[in-house]
Write a protein that binds this ligand. Structure first.
Ligand code: IMP
Length: 199
């Protein structure tokens, strides 16, 4: 039987990215919805890795598949790496990103460029059927811009500026963002580890 990989997300955008990157592996890739699993797991870990592992382990109890889960966020150095693991919860889950982004811009008002450094981080955990765990991490470095720019992407993308590309991550094509992004890097690294595990 073909090995099954379940990705513990209900986010269709993430699933698309995952299928693009893991698509050529000889495995069946399923989302939680496709596996008929509904999981609302509290992310109460203190690191991205801890949160990813909590999700992967919890779902792995319900299936024989390899379970992948990710956790990601924005670290702003000037704000002591906040919002970090609280990125989705920052100012409340239901607060719009227009307001969250404006709050970060306000908190960095007057801060010079060299102190505006920030990064997106993505950790992925894989819970294996033998009880083991694999981890991967990807980051993309940038600076917090001075205003929102761009209509693409999601979340904090409009304020995350890439000086070497002269644009925000909300102004990149989806292909380019996947190539450069924290999640793309973490996924490609995890792919290699899974290929070795399954060999
Ligand atoms: P989660 O990993 O789905 O829990 O999401 C973490 C949060 O980090 C998201 O809700 C966004 O606020 C933020 N985030 C993670 N990756 C990105 C990205 O690529 N662009 C913009 N915001 C992101």
């Amino acid at each position: 039987m073909r090995q099954k990989i379940l990705f513990a997300t209900e986010n269709e955008g993430k699933m698309k990215e995952i299928r693009q990157i893991l698509g050529d592996m000889d495995v069946e890739i399923q989302s939680l919805r496709e596996a008929g699993i509904h999981g609302d797991i509290e992310e109460n870990g203190e690191t991205f890795e801890e949160n990813a592992a909590i999700k992967a382990r919890e779902i792995a109890r319900l299936t024989d598949a390899i379970v992948l889960a990710d956790d990601s966020g924005l670290e702003v150095d000037y704000l002591g790496k906040e919002p970090g693991v609280h990125s989705a919860r920052y100012m409340g889950y239901d607060t719009s990103y227009r307001i969250k982004n404006q709050s970060i811009l306000d908190r960095l008002q007057g801060v010079p460029e060299e102190q505006r450094t920030a990064r997106f981080v993505c950790a992925i955990a894989a819970a294996l059927p033998d009880g083991g765990l694999l981890y991967s991490r990807g980051t993309i470095e940038g600076i917090i811009g001075y205003e929102e720019r761009g209509e693409g992407g999601f979340g904090y993308d409009p304020i995350f500026f890439l000086p070497e590309y002269g644009c925000s991550t909300a102004e990149l094509t989806m292909e380019k963002k996947n190539e450069l992004s924290h999640r793309g890097k973490a996924l490609r690294q995890m792919k290699k580890m899974l290929e070795e595990y399954m060999a």
